[in-house]
Design a binder for this molecule. Structure first.
Ligand SMILES: [Zn+2]
Length: 207
């Protein structure tokens, strides 16, 4: 039987990361590309398709060896329908990501919230190996939380369980990518911290 691999794609707010891997050989090829969302979602999906083609080429595998593509989405996603509800940092809302991407590549596409996938990774291979229940918190362009209950991802009824980045922590605080004010990630994500440093440095220069 042919050895099967999957292509994993991290749809980051600043860069797209793609790799080809399986549980036996680990990661065998990687590619990255800056995220460009200014030209709209259609162009962005073309970028995703292109990086998938590139990483499969770099892996030197045949089409038949790729079982599926899995996208890690920074936002709310319905893994059953393959529709992205809202990914604020990518400007995507109610988008049929699975069906649109499957038009461009010859592989089945699976979608899951990026932090849920990260939490599953921590549970399967990292410090969470021995934990049955856990909350994983990831800080980057935004802040995400992934909940594992009884060893499985807990998505909640509307697939947004664990999205702690948009909890209100400061009334009338700084504006968030989601449009609201004072969200946790508008105050404490890497982006927010860098913006604070830049603001303070500029203020000091004026003195
Ligand atoms: Zn928010």
């Amino acid at each position: 039987m042919q050895e099967k691999y999957i292509v994993s794609v991290d749809m980051g707010g600043t860069k797209i990361l793609a790799s080809v891997l399986n549980s036996k050989r680990g990661i065998i090829a990687r590619q990255k590309k800056p995220t460009n969302i200014t030209s709209g979602t259609k162009i962005y999906v073309k970028d995703i398709a292109e990086i998938i083609r590139k990483v499969v080429a770099a892996s030197k595998l045949k089409k038949e060896n790729i079982a599926a593509v899995c996208l890690g989405v920074p936002g709310s996603v319905n893994p059953v329908t393959g529709i992205i509800g809202h990914a604020p940092n990518l400007g995507i809302r109610n988008y049929k990501m699975k069906s649109e991407l499957e038009k461009l590549i010859p592989y089945p596409v699976l979608l899951e919230n990026d932090v849920n996938l990260g939490a599953l990774g921590v549970k399967s291979y990292g410090v969470g190996k021995k934990s049955v229940n856990m909350l994983a918190v990831f800080v980057g362009t935004g802040i995400g939380g992934g909940i594992i209950i009884n060893g499985k991802i807990y998505r909640g009824f509307n697939f947004v369980a664990g999205e702690i980045g948009h909890m209100l922590v400061q009334k009338n605080g700084p504006k968030c990518g989601c449009g609201k004010k004072g969200c946790f990630e508008a105050l404490a994500s890497r982006t927010a911290i860098v913006n604070n440093i830049i603001y303070d440095v500029k203020k000091l220069k004026k003195k």
